[in-house]
Design a protein around this ligand. Structure first.
Ligand SMILES: O=P(O)(O)O[C@@H]1C[C@H](O)[C@@H](CO)O1
Ligand SMILES: Nc1nc2[nH]cnc2c(=O)[nH]1
Length: 371
């Protein structure tokens, strides 16, 4: 079948937007009276002046109200660029590490276990418990360490979040992502976001690692987005694109490294989606997610990636498939213990894989800044 050309849909090949003229519309002025109606009413003398004054007063009241709402919203959001700069400066004045790469450790990558995890193998580590960092939320998930770790992985300066903030903990999305903006202000250029996820793709097995190729922002469909509210251009634009969210070059490097480490049989690539949690999905929900093209489902990462791309960080995403999302009613139910167990079992592989990736990503970034 010949592809449909949008410009031929109406039988006309000459549908050029530049040539199109728009029908005339009567503009409302925001007070329920149109400019045309105002013109009709125009009559000389005092009544017209009073009408104009009242309109102007109403407009300036409205403007004031909008300003007030903006202020309230910023206060409610609890931070501004300056506030986060304060947080970043607090950290920078207490460590000599200038991180190039930021890592969010998901389940299995150091958020739960000390021994052998990536976060515990950071060289020259300097640790900052979240409760000591100004303006930082605290981690409420049982077993989460809740600290920022500065140091080096394979020689590259990094900062790792050992424990992330989830929406189901009660934090709004912008607050879950606050550390990503702090990372940006610390000088981080690349974000590695890792997570534990349920596998929807029938070819995936428990213990597989999925390079995230793309995501579906399910929570965004309901209007919940970390960028919701006033936009500060110092972080990024009002309408950021998301079609290249997961860096193509990083994904290729990850596939190459998987071959070098001979783990390519467990390394997959796919689309991740995040639901707010904390419950695992119903069978009908899992079926729907499969239908719309999701390969793995979790409770994090998507909003962090949106925040990172908004402030122009390069992103790499990785999911550990901790359970099979079996879409029938008589199969075993998902549970958090299984997620933790698989994370623990894959810890060593993940540590080796991610530390090699950090080294390669850092080399790539240094090569990019060479003249
Ligand atoms: O922090 P991540 O996304 O790795 O954690 C996943 C999602 C839930 O927090 C938890 C479910 O077991 O694992
Ligand atoms: N939403 C969701 N998150 C997970 N994290 C680990 N496994 C799962 C899962 O099956 N569903």
């Amino acid at each position: 079948m010949a592809p449909i050309n949008a410009f031929e849909v109406n039988g006309s090949k000459d549908f050029s937007p530049a040539k199109k003229t728009l029908p005339e519309v009567e503009l409302e002025n925001g007070n329920g009276s149109s400019a045309k109606r105002q013109k009709d009413k125009r009559s000389p003398g005092i009544f017209f002046d009073i009408f104009i004054d009242v309109t102007r007063d109403r407009q300036s009241e409205k403007e004031k109200e909008i300003e007030r709402e903006k202020g309230d919203s910023l206060r409610e959001r609890g931070y501004s660029y300056e506030t986060l700069l304060e947080t970043a400066n607090y950290l920078l004045s207490r460590t000599s590490i200038r991180p190039q790469i930021g890592i969010i450790c998901g389940s299995g990558m150091g958020s739960y276990w000390k021994e052998g995890s990536l976060a515990e193998n950071i060289e020259d580590a300097e640790r900052f418990p979240y409760e000591e960092i100004p303006n930082f939320p605290v981690s409420t998930v049982e077993g989460h360490h809740g600290q920022l770790v500065f140091g080096k992985i394979s020689g590259a300066p990094v900062v790792a979040m050992q424990g992330r903030f989830h929406y189901y903990e009660g934090y709004p999305l912008w607050k879950c992502c606050l550390p990503v903006r702090v990372m940006k202000l610390l000088g981080v250029q690349t974000l590695i976001a890792t997570n534990a996820a349920g596998g929807l793709n029938p070819e995936f097995r428990v213990g597989d690692l999925m390079i995230v190729k793309d995501h579906i922002n399910m929570m965004g469909f309901a209007g919940n987005n970390p960028l919701h509210g006033p936009n500060d251009e110092r972080f990024g634009p009002r309408f950021p694109p998301m079609s290249k969210a997961y860096d193509y070059e990083f994904r290729n490097i990850a596939k190459e490294v998987a071959k070098e480490l001979k783990i390519d049989d467990i390394v997959r690539e796919g689309v991740y989606t995040c639901l707010g949690g904390p419950n695992f999905e119903t069978v009908a929900e899992l079926n729907m997610l499969k239908l719309v093209g999701c390969d793995a489902v979790g409770m994090s990462t998507v909003h962090e990636v949106i925040t990172a791309r908004h402030c122009n960080m390069k992103v790499f995403g990785m999911s550990l498939i901790t359970n099979e999302c079996v879409v029938c009613y008589n199969s075993d139910e998902a549970n958090h213990e299984e997620v933790l167990d698989v994370g623990r079992m894959r810890q060593e592989v993940l540590r080796k894989y991610l530390s090699t990736l950090v080294k390669r990503f850092a080399q790539l970034s240094s090569a990019e800044v060479q003249p």
